[in-house]
Design a protein around this ligand. Structure first.
Ligand code: LMR
Length: 330
């Protein structure tokens, strides 16, 4: 009897004692809206692999592509609540948190990705990574996707061709003003809805990069794509200030190094895909690619460029000037 009582007591003690085990890894959820075969999709997967290789056991990265976890309209709130830890929304999607990043939506601001890169790496560009710090979000770096093209249900050669057409845009007032400048109707919608909106003809067109148009099959439901290079889709890789500063310092350093490497890889993918996905679309013959003459392109520039003046007071003239100056090769 006494032996049984002692056994029961021992078992009770064992359950009560904390069991020594290795600390659980930090789970870092990375949410994005695009396909895996895109610059952002590949960057996120590379980051996950590098972290597994270097910080295995300490940090586990879980990547959620295709808006599986959150669309870009919800991800920032989710990040502030601690439900997701990293994301890389397009620079057009931060309007609620800062006005400065509207800069990147100004039509015909950058002539190529090299110019974008020069600006992003400049002091002014790096400062912008901290423009949402007071709101609890910090930028860890920029990632390229590429220049935007216009796709539509009828051919667009000159601005008048877009009159009265409905274009899906990201949640940016600059982009709304850009389409209003050509007497078109901008419609703010999440990326995940674009294919269906195009397919059902609820909208007539949209603007995006070659890799997004290809990977989301927009070219299968848009018979014309005009090669305009009129704007930019690049990303800011963001995290919450709270999550980032709470990490042990050595872990934070290793994560940042892995991220920088993944971004460099993603940027190479972006450059390659701007060429190869355009070619895949062309070869598919599902969509005609319209190349503009210099005169036709000048007409788009002429009607869209006044948008700069409209947003100058919100963005800051100095910032616009320094971004525009990056077009001159250093
Ligand atoms: C879009 O909404 O068109 C893009 O921001 C999607 C993306 O993340 O590239």
């Amino acid at each position: 009897m006494r032996i049984i009582t002692a056994g029961v007591a021992l078992a009770a003690l064992m359950f009560a004692m904390p069991v020594a085990k290795a600390a659980d890894p930090i789970v870092l959820k990375f949410s994005h809206v695009v396909a895996e075969n895109t610059p952002k999709g590949q960057m996120a997967n590379k980051f996950k692999d590098l972290v597994a290789e270097r910080l295995g056991g300490k940090v586990v990265v879980e990547v959620f592509p295709n808006a599986q976890l959150y669309g870009d309209n919800k991800v920032l709130e989710a990040m502030l609540l601690g439900d997701v830890h990293m994301a890389a929304p397009a620079l057009s999607k931060f309007k609620k948190y800062t006005k400065s990043l509207q800069l990147f939506d100004l039509p015909f601001l950058f002539k190529n990705i090299e110019a974008v890169d020069r600006f992003q790496q400049s002091e002014a560009g790096q400062q912008l990574l901290l423009s949402m710090k007071k709101k609890g979000i910090i930028g860890l770096g920029y990632l390229h996707n590429g220049l935007k093209q216009l796709s539509a249900s009828s051919p667009l050669r000159v601005p008048a061709d877009a009159h009265g057409m409905k274009f899906r845009i990201m949640t940016s007032d600059v982009l709304a003003a850009q389409f209003e400048a050509v007497d078109a109707l901008p419609v703010k919608k999440p990326f995940s809805e674009v294919f269906t909106l195009l397919q059902t003809r609820a909208i007539d067109g949209q603007e995006n990069t070659w890799s997004n148009i290809y990977s989301k099959k927009f070219f299968e439901v848009q018979p014309y794509i005009t090669h305009t290079d009129h704007g930019l889709i690049d990303y800011m890789v963001i995290t919450s200030t709270e999550f980032w500063t709470d990490l042990p310092e050595d872990t934070r350093k290793e994560l940042k190094a892995a991220l920088d490497e993944a971004v460099a890889f993603g940027n190479k993918v972006a450059l390659a895909k701007a060429e190869s996905d355009k070619k895949l679309i062309m070869d598919s013959r599902r969509s005609e690619i319209i190349e503009l003459s210099d005169d036709e392109r000048a007409k788009w520039v002429e009607v869209m460029k006044p948008v700069w003046k409209k947003f100058e007071s919100q963005i800051g003239k100095d910032l616009i000037d320094s971004a525009a100056a990056s077009n001159a090769a250093s």
